[in-house]
Design a protein. Structure first.
Length: 225
């Protein structure tokens, strides 16, 4: 039930601070950070209609300036269908076999999943930590019925294509004098010679970006052993 009380729990410290401010001196609010400049912007112009441009005295109004403010907007997931139409050409004067135009190569051939669909699937699972069955529910809200078994097969097929990139990242990782490791226990299904209920270990590794020389000389021998 704490999930539904998150807003109240987060707001409680702010409410207590507000009560304290009644007695304590008023603290100056920090300045709001500007929104990133690289975000696309849509300008919405607010102006008076034609019949409102006249003062009570009868004079016509003239714009002498403007005030601007920015508001962050998030567009919900948009799902659309890319329909590939391949023209077929034939010769009317001979019996040459018809020629069908090619379409761009797909990451998973003969699949309904586009590259953007697969990228979204991998991001939601591995970056946002959203299980496949929940992503299946997200798609169902848009009227798209894709079972989690199909989503899992897409993830495995993407893994096969991304293995060369993973190998390069692994080589770059091993070039670092210090490697940070984190162990997480997880349940892996269908492992050879292992019970499905047994726990496996996942090692997450990351290279150090900035390391002082004194730190390197101290840690490097321990890493080599």
């Amino acid at each position: 039930m704490a999930l539904f009380n998150e807003a109240e729990r987060v707001a409680e410290p702010a409410a207590e601070e507000a009560e304290e401010e009644v007695v304590a001196p008023t603290k100056r609010r920090g300045e709001r950070k500007p929104l990133p400049a690289d975000l696309p912007r849509i300008e919405v112009l607010h102006k008076l209609s034609e019949h409102e441009l006249t003062f009570a005295c009868g004079c016509r109004m003239h714009a002498i300036g403007e005030e601007t403010s920015e508001q962050l907007e998030i567009v919900s997931m948009q799902i659309r269908v890319i329909k590939h139409i391949r023209k077929v050409y034939a010769c009317r004067g001979c019996e040459t076999a018809p020629l069908t135009t090619d379409k761009p190569a797909q990451l998973i051939e003969r699949s309904m999943a586009s590259s953007s669909m697969l990228a979204t699937l991998l991001i939601t699972k591995y970056v946002d930590g959203l299980p496949l069955h929940r992503f299946e529910t997200v798609l169902s809200r848009h009227g798209i019925g894709i079972p989690r078994q199909t989503l899992a097969r897409w993830v495995i097929q993407c893994d096969e294509h991304l293995q060369p990139l993973l190998n390069l990242m692994r080589e770059r990782l091993l070039e670092s004098p210090v490697i940070h490791c984190d162990e997480s226990r997880a349940q892996a299904l269908k492992e050879p010679d292992r019970d499905p209920t047994s726990k496996s270990r996942m090692w997450v590794q990351a290279r150090a970006r900035r390391i002082e020389k004194s730190c390197c000389s101290t840690i490097r021998p321990a890493v080599r052993r």
